[in-house]
Design a protein around this ligand. Structure first.
Ligand SMILES: Nc1ncnc2c1ncn2[C@@H]1O[C@H](COP(=O)(O)OP(=O)(O)OP(=O)(O)O)[C@@H](O)[C@H]1O
Ligand SMILES: [Mg+2]
Length: 239
C-alpha cells in the first residue's frame, strides 16, 4: 500500500472538559487534495490544530508518512512537511511582506532553496513581489491570504493545511487563489482544505469529508458528494 501522507485515526480532542472531536478518522494520500466540509462550530479548525501540533488530542492517533506524531510539537509537524495556513491568516501586520514570507522558512537552513522558493511565491502572487517591503497590515484581505499561503509554501511542505480559503473575499480573488492552489497541488503538494464555499471546496478536491458536531458523517470522492442530495440541501442551499 502506498504510504499515507496523513492518517488520523479515532481522534478525540477538545478544550478543557468540552469534547469537540469524536472518533475522527480520515486520511490524505501523497499529492491528494482533500476538502473538509462542515457548519460553523463543527470542529474543522480544531482538527486542523491537532494536525499541526497546536492542540494535543485526548485520544486517537495522527501519523505523518506512517510515523506517529500524535503528541509532537508544532515544529516537528513542520519538519514532517506540514504547513498550516491558519483561519484568520494571522500575519505579523507590523512586519514586511517579505519578512512574513520568510517566517514560513524559519526551520530551514538551505539558503539557496529558500531564495528559490521566495521567487516562486513572488511569481505566483506578483502583487506580493511589488509590495515586498510594505507592512503586511497594509494588504487587502485577498492579498493577506496570498501572503499567508505564500508563508505556508515557504516551509516547502508536502502537505499544506488551509483553514478557510475564501472567507470574506470577492469571487474574483477566490478564483485566483483556487487556481494557485491547483497549481501548487499539481506540483505535487498535498492539500487539506477547509472551505466554507462548499461548491468551490468540492470543485477543487479529489475527496472530501463532512464533519458534523465533531464527527465524520460522510466521505467520498468530491464529485459524488457534490451530487449528493443531502449535501446539496444542507451545505449548498440547493434542493
Ligand atoms: N479555544 C477554545 N476554547 C474553548 N472552546 C473552543 C475553543 N476553540 C473552539 N472551541 C469550540 O469548539 C467547537 C468547534 O470549534 P471549531 O473552531 O473547531 O469549529 P469550526 O468548524 O472551525 O467552525 P467555523 O466554521 O466557525 O470556523 C465550537 O463549539 C467552539 O466554540
Ligand atoms: Mg474554523
Amino acid at each position: 500500500m502506498a504510504p499515507r501522507k496523513l492518517a488520523v485515526a479515532n481522534l478525540q480532542a477538545g478544550y478543557g472538559d468540552v469534547q469537540v472531536l469524536w472518533d475522527v478518522t480520515m486520511e490524505v494520500g501523497p499529492g491528494e487534495l482533500v476538502s473538509i466540509i462542515g457548519s460553523n462550530g463543527a470542529g474543522k479548525t480544531t482538527l486542523m490544530r491537532c494536525i499541526s501540533g497546536l492542540l494535543v488530542p485526548t485520544a486517537g492517533s495522527i501519523e505523518v508518512d506512517d510515523k506517529v506524531m500524535t503528541q509532537a510539537a508544532p515544529a516537528n509537524f513542520v519538519r514532517a512537511g506540514i504547513a498550516h495556513v491558519p483561519e484568520g491568516r494571522r500575519l505579523f501586520s507590523a512586519m514586511s511582506i517579505r519578512d512574513n514570507l520568510l517566517m514560513g522558512a524559519y526551520l530551514r537552513r538551505d539558503k539557496a532553496g529558500i531564495a528559490v522558493d521566495l521567487e516562486r511565491v513572488y511569481a505566483m502572487f506578483p502583487i506580493l513581489a511589488e509590495r515586498r517591503w510594505q507592512d503586511a497590515g497594509t494588504l487587502s484581505g485577498g492579498e493577506q491570504q496570498m501572503c499567508a499561503i505564500g508563508r505556508g509554501l515557504m516551509a516547502s511542505p508536502s502537505l499544506l493545511l488551509i483553514d478557510e480559503l475564501s472567507l470574506g473575499l470577492a469571487p474574483r480573488v477566490v478564483e485566483l487563489l483556487s487556481e494557485s492552489l491547483r497549481a501548487v497541488n499539481k506540483s505535487g503538494v498535498a492539500i487539506l482544505l477547509v472551505e466554507q464555499d462548499v461548491m468551490n471546496a468540492l470543485e477543487l478536491a479529489d475527496r472530501a469529508y463532512v464533519i458534523d458536531h465533531g464527527r465524520v458523517t460522510m466521505s467520498g470522492p468530491a464529485m459524488s458528494l457534490a451530487n449528493d442530495p443531502a449535501i446539496r440541501e444542507a451545505y449548498m442551499g440547493l434542493a
